[in-house]
Design a protein around this ligand. Structure first.
Ligand code: NAP
Length: 538
């Protein structure tokens, strides 16, 4: 069924932090704005991330909307909330801010086409309830997040496997009965680590297929009471702090390079951030932790010793935290863990090392590797995403002169400021390519970006413009800036989704702006002082 075409000032695509903030911003500023979201409620990745143990790696209070109207109204019960609590938080925000009334849910945007004659976007979405919906908009705010396209690797005879199988990003709403089952988990990224530590004590056997290790860091989870300081932080102070930070948290880095410190000082500094827990050990480490190989090796050794002290079986310890550093620590995303390493002290949990044994095929009852055969009731693919750009290229986005975004980005990603794209007028995106995305706290990044997009949209309106679009030159310069910053680090030496190298055939490049939130804020603030420098205004 096709419904009548409605025109909006802006269409927001997605339903997570960026989308909620953007919709609220735009509505408050008087725009007629509508959101399309494939899930049945707001929440974005947290609407879909329901696998056992799914939990955020950013702490409270910074993992919430930076909107004064909703700040502190919800009292979190844990420093790092689980998916159920984040869903409850979004429900609460929705009741308070009435976001859902301007959303169509269960509706996946499949195409966004710019019309050069009318200067409007035509947005097509497929709704499970209403069929195809076509609407038009002056502006698009694209907020599909960095993990919108999951990867399910294809192994021989996978379709012949008769047991149950799931991808972590598509966990059934009804849950999965894992009690007493023989379970395989393929992948040890953030999703794999969380799932493994959660289910290890419930399943009869858990076989973890590990290709690369996860250098998982202690979370140091704590319960929070409603009166806890984390539930009662000052809004203005917190907002100001995140904008001046490196990764969008309220804490700052160790203010030294590894080379500035004496050996005992190095250890003391590392121990402090490791003991405090959270992502400090990753993003708050020595200033040169990802640029200086000696600093990086030192961090790895520190981490390895700490992990090996927790794993009893020497074989498992060597697989989980190898003597020989396998890659530069922090150049793949470490997960936060609570009892991940202790789980391997259980007899029912084992590791298959895919660097020395590989999956040959699925059988009717399980998986056959080069050296072993296993029976499984359930196989879980914790195999990640076509991250950062996959959420864009899976939608048929076409800009001026019908240019397809997937063609434009075929040999490399081009954006300006990690928020706009040449040839795509009045198109803004957040938490996507060439923004601080993977190196920042999501609500921080999307707060900054949605406010910037609002200012740009206001500029178009105030000046009676048809559109704003970055110049090709600005885009080339931004791409160069993003890639040059990354080139100066150890990231390009590692295969990871940060660099696009987890997907066969994808261009290997810096997908994220690594310069930190503070410098990003300075750059985007500067850009809006005079749009005419880098944007074409028509
Ligand atoms: P991921 O980090 O990309 O991990 C995928 C895992 O699957 C890796 O261990 C990868 O091994 C393995 N893998 C992929 N293809 C494989 C194959 N064909 N055979 C064997 N192993 C294979 O994905 P993710 O764990 O879903 O996490 C993605 C990102 O989402 C995270 O980095 C994080 O930013 C975010 N996330 C956050 C949270 C949180 O905040 N708590 C939770 C979940 C996810 P290799 O390393 O060898 O490629």
């Amino acid at each position: 069924m096709t419904v009548d075409i409605i025109h909006y000032d802006a269409i927001v695509v997605g339903g997570g932090f960026g989308a909620v903030r953007s919709l609220y911003n735009l509505r408050k500023a008087g725009y007629n704005v509508h959101g399309y979201e494939k899930g049945s409620a707001i929440g974005g990745v947290w609407h879909h991330n329901r696998y056992p143990g799914a939990r955020v790696d950013s702490d409270i209070p910074i993992y919430q909307l930076f909107l004064e109207e909703s700040w502190d109204v919800f009292k979190f019960t844990e420093l790092y909330p689980g998916w159920k609590e984040i869903q409850a938080y979004f429900k609460h925000v929705d009741e308070k801010l009435q976001i859902s009334k301007d959303f169509t849910f269960n509706s996946t945007v499949t195409a966004c086409h710019w019309n050069d004659a009318s200067n409007k976007w035509t947005v097509t979405s497929q709704s499970t309830d209403l069929g195809e919906i076509v609407s038009t908009a002056t502006h698009i705010v694209f907020c599909t997040g960095f993990a919108a396209k999951k990867i399910i690797p294809q192994f021989r005879n996978q379709e012949g496997y008769k047991g149950q199988w799931f991808h972590t990003a598509d966990w059934p709403w009804s849950g999965v009965d894992i009690k007493g089952k023989k379970v395989a988990v393929i992948g040890t990224g953030a999703s794999g680590v969380q799932l493994i530590q959660e289910i290890a004590s419930e399943v009869s056997s858990l076989t973890v297929f590990q290709r690369n290790i996860n250098t998982a860091i202690p979370m140091r989870q704590r319960k929070l009471t409603p009166d806890a300081p984390e539930n009662n932080k000052n809004f203005a102070e917190t907002e100001a702090a995140i904008k001046k930070s490196s990764a969008g948290f309220t804490w700052t880095n160790i203010p030294y390079r590894y080379t500035d410190l004496m050996p005992e000082e190095r250890r003391e500094q590392l121990a402090k951030i490791y003991e405090t827990g959270g992502l400090r050990f990753v993003s708050g480490n020595f200033l040169d932790a990802v640029t200086n190989k000696d600093a990086n090796k030192y961090c790895y050794e520190f981490w390895k010793d700490s992990v090996r002290a927790r794993v009893k079986d020497p074989r498992k310890a060597e697989l989980l935290a190898p003597t020989q550093q396998p890659y530069w620590i922090f150049t793949k995303r470490p997960s936060l863990e609570q009892n991940f390493y202790e789980a391997f002290n259980q007899d029912n949990v084992d590791i298959v090392d895919l660097r020395n044994d590989s999956i040959v095929e699925f059988t009717e009852t399980g998986i056959r590797t080069t050296t072993q055969e296993f029976d499984f009731d359930i196989v879980v693919f914790a195999t990640g995403f076509d991250a950062v750009t996959g959420g864009f290229t899976q939608v048929d986005i076409r800009g001026q002169n019908g240019l397809k975004l997937s063609d434009k980005w075929k040999n490399g990603t081009f954006t300006h400021l990690g928020m706009t794209i040449a040839d795509m007028p009045n198109f803004f995106f957040m938490y996507g390519p060439q923004g601080p995305t993977a190196f920042s706290n999501g609500p921080t990044c999307t707060t900054i970006q949605s406010d910037w997009a609002l200012n740009a949209i206001n500029h178009v309106k105030k000046n009676n413009l048809k559109y704003i679009v970055p110049s090709a030159k600005a885009e080339q310069e931004w791409r160069k800036r993003v890639n040059d910053l990354c080139e100066a680090t150890l990231f390009p030496e590692t295969k990871s989704w940060f660099m696009g190298s987890n997907v066969e055939g994808k261009t290997i490049e810096a997908l994220n702006y690594i310069g930190g939130i503070k410098s990003y804020v300075e750059l985007i603030d500067d850009a809006e002082k005079d749009y005419s420098r880098d944007f074409i205004l028509v």
